[in-house]
Each structure stands twice: as structure tokens, then as C-alpha cells.
Design a protein around this ligand. Structure first.
Ligand SMILES: [Zn+2]
Length: 332
């Protein structure tokens, strides 16, 4: 079992500024100002450290300021509303919790809160979670299992009934209405993977608070480097050194593959750089390319030199530079 892979952290867009300030999505700037003033009194930097845990206070105060800054600026508020339309629609947090906590709160609210019904008619698409998974070549060819950690936002039930002021002091969610919980899942990845391949698993991603269901999981395969095999698209390439004897006389050689090794024949008089293709030994059924690299000896004994001289005399091979000069003559 390989190491766990952690999904990217939830993005900031989950923060519902209306919820944080405890105002309706259509709140006027006066209402926002009033709410901010009230929260500032309770959580502002002037509050003595002993009143609230300093760390909690700092984080809470930051959320309040972020929300205030955006919602009080008409342009920023417009952008926020546009980019987080879904958040805005569900800003009535009780409607949201109602959906998430299987109608527990929803029923109570339904009669008096028209927004709940409106909310239920809106089919919200759960956000997909994209993550990269690293695989070795062997895993890509054979398939593999991977453990991944997904962080789900989980509604904070301690806060459901509370007012914004009290919510801010919640140890679990510090007024955001949710907190994150890690979940480890085991992914079964099929054989035939390749670099940048995308696999979509419907409903296997992160819990989406606003949609009230799990989003899709989109896995992007990233292949790890291999010490001697190179991936070119879906082919696998290996540069294999052979001796001059093997190149000239042919022979059987062992070559490394993604899953182990395999024996292959090379033809007599195999030239430097010749490429052999091995069917189906690449990625996803593609080929493996074996590129021949002829190694010239680095040392010769006296006996060998004698024999090579003899071979040179016997050779009927034409001077390979002949053609070069032929072409030159054509120029003059
Ligand atoms: Zn809470």
C-alpha cells in the first residue's frame, strides 16, 4: 500500500459572509453596519484576552472583518454575489442546515420561512473535487489501490439554534457553521492508466454543504519518473546498450519493462539507433519502443587488434564517406 494522498483543501469560497455577519442576503448597508458594530463590540481587538481564547478571537475577528469589508463595498459585494451565487441563495443558514441534517430544523422553519421552499426548488450542482494521484509505471500498467484523504465540511450542530454572536464563540466552527473532517477512502484504479488521464467518479468527492450531497471526484493521473524508461505519450521508450557483436551477429537480449523484464531478439546487422517496437508493452495497450545503442569497446587486447585488422582486410564494406565526396563533386 502506497502513501496516502491528501485532496486539496476546501477553497475560501465556502465562507458565507452573510452568515458570518448574521444578516439576510438582501441586507442594507445599515443592517450590515449594525451587525458589524455588535460583533465588533464582542470580538474586536480591544477585548481582553481572557474573555475569549486569543487565537479564536483573532480568527473570528478576521472573518468578521473580511465579511464586513466585502459586503460594505458595493463593487466587492457585487463580485462576491456573482462568484458565490449559490452561497448567497442558501445564505439563510437554517434552510441549509435543514437540508443537511435531514429536515430536522427544516420542518420547524418551513411554515414561517418562505425562503426554505424557494431553496428546495433550486437544484444545486455539487462541486467536483479534482485531485492528482501519483502512480508508478508498474501501477499504471497493472492498476492499483490508493488511499486518499478527503476533507468534508461538516455542519456544526452546536450552532444551529444560536445567534451570530454566540456562534462566533463556538469552539467547533467559530461561527462558520461548519468544520472540516478528514475521511480516508480507498481508490481502486484500473489497469491501463496513462499520464494526465482523467477518471471521474460520480458522487465520490467532497461533501457539498450547499448541494447537500457529495460532489464528483475527478482523478488526474500523474506518472512518476522511472530510472530507465521514458514515457512518450502512451508509448514507453527504453534506450538499450548492445555490444558490437550483438549488433552485428544478432542475439537475444533482456530489456526492462514497466512491470519487470522481457527477452527480445535483435536482428543481425542492427544499426545504431534502430528502434524495435514491442506490441502492447506501453501504456494502455500501446507499444514499447526499444532504441538500440551500440557500445564500442573501450579497450582491445593485442590479439583482438590483430583479429580486427584481419577483419578489416576481409571486409567488402564500401568506404562510408564515399557518398559524401560524390555529392561534393556535383557542386563544382
Ligand atoms: Zn458551531
Amino acid at each position: 500500500m502506497s502513501e496516502e494522498t491528501r485532496a486539496p483543501a476546501p477553497t475560501k469560497t465556502h465562507k458565507d459572509y452573510y452568515y458570518i455577519l448574521g444578516v439576510k442576503p438582501n441586507a442594507t448597508t445599515d443592517e450590515i453596519q449594525d451587525s458589524y458594530n455588535e460583533l465588533y463590540e464582542k470580538f474586536g481587538p480591544h477585548i481582553a484576552a481572557h474573555a475569549i481564547e486569543p487565537e479564536v478571537q483573532a480568527r473570528t475577528y478576521k472573518d468578521i472583518c473580511d465579511a464586513y469589508e466585502v459586503l460594505m463595498d458595493p463593487q466587492k459585494r457585487k463580485d462576491y454575489d456573482k462568484n458565490s451565487e449559490v452561497v448567497r441563495q442558501t445564505s439563510d443558514v437554517r434552510a441549509l442546515w435543514g437540508k443537511v441534517t435531514k429536515g430536522k430544523v427544516e420542518q420547524k422553519e418551513k411554515a414561517q420561512n418562505k425562503r426554505t421552499e424557494e431553496f428546495q426548488q433550486v437544484q444545486i450542482q455539487a462541486q467536483a473535487l479534482e485531485m492528482e494521484i501519483e502512480c508508478t509505471l508498474k501501477e499504471a500498467v497493472k492498476g492499483t489501490r490508493k488511499q486518499i484523504i478527503i476533507t468534508d465540511p461538516t455542519p456544526c450542530e452546536d450552532c444551529i439554534e444560536k445567534k451570530p454572536l454566540e456562534r462566533m464563540q463556538c469552539d467547533k466552527c467559530r461561527g462558520l457553521g461548519y468544520f472540516n473532517v478528514d475521511r480516508t477512502i480507498e481508490l481502486e484504479l484500473p489497469s491501463g492508466l496513462y499520464d494526465n488521464m482523467e477518471i471521474r467518479r460520480p458522487g465520490q468527492g467532497r461533501w457539498d454543504l450547499r448541494a447537500g450531497k457529495y460532489g464528483d471526484l475527478i482523478i488526474k493521473i500523474k506518472l512518476k519518473e522511472h530510472p530507465c524508461l521514458r514515457v512518450i505519450d502512451k508509448d514507453i521508450e527504453c534506450v538499450v546498450p548492445v555490444t558490437i557483436y550483438e549488433a552485428m551477429l544478432g542475439g537475444e537480449i533482456q530489456i526492462p519493462t514497466a512491470t519487470g523484464k522481457v527477452a527480445m531478439k535483435i536482428q543481425p546487422l542492427t544499426q545504431q539507433g534502430r528502434t524495435y517496437r514491442l506490441k502492447g508493452l506501453g501504456l494502455a495497450g500501446n507499444d514499447m519502443r526499444v532504441v538500440i545503442d551500440v557500445v564500442i569497446p573501450k579497450k582491445l587486447t593485442g590479439e583482438e587488434v590483430k583479429l580486427y585488422r584481419r577483419l578489416q582486410q576481409l571486409s567488402e564494406e564500401q568506404n562510408p564517406r564515399h557518398k559524401l565526396f560524390e555529392r561534393l563533386q556535383g557542386l563544382s
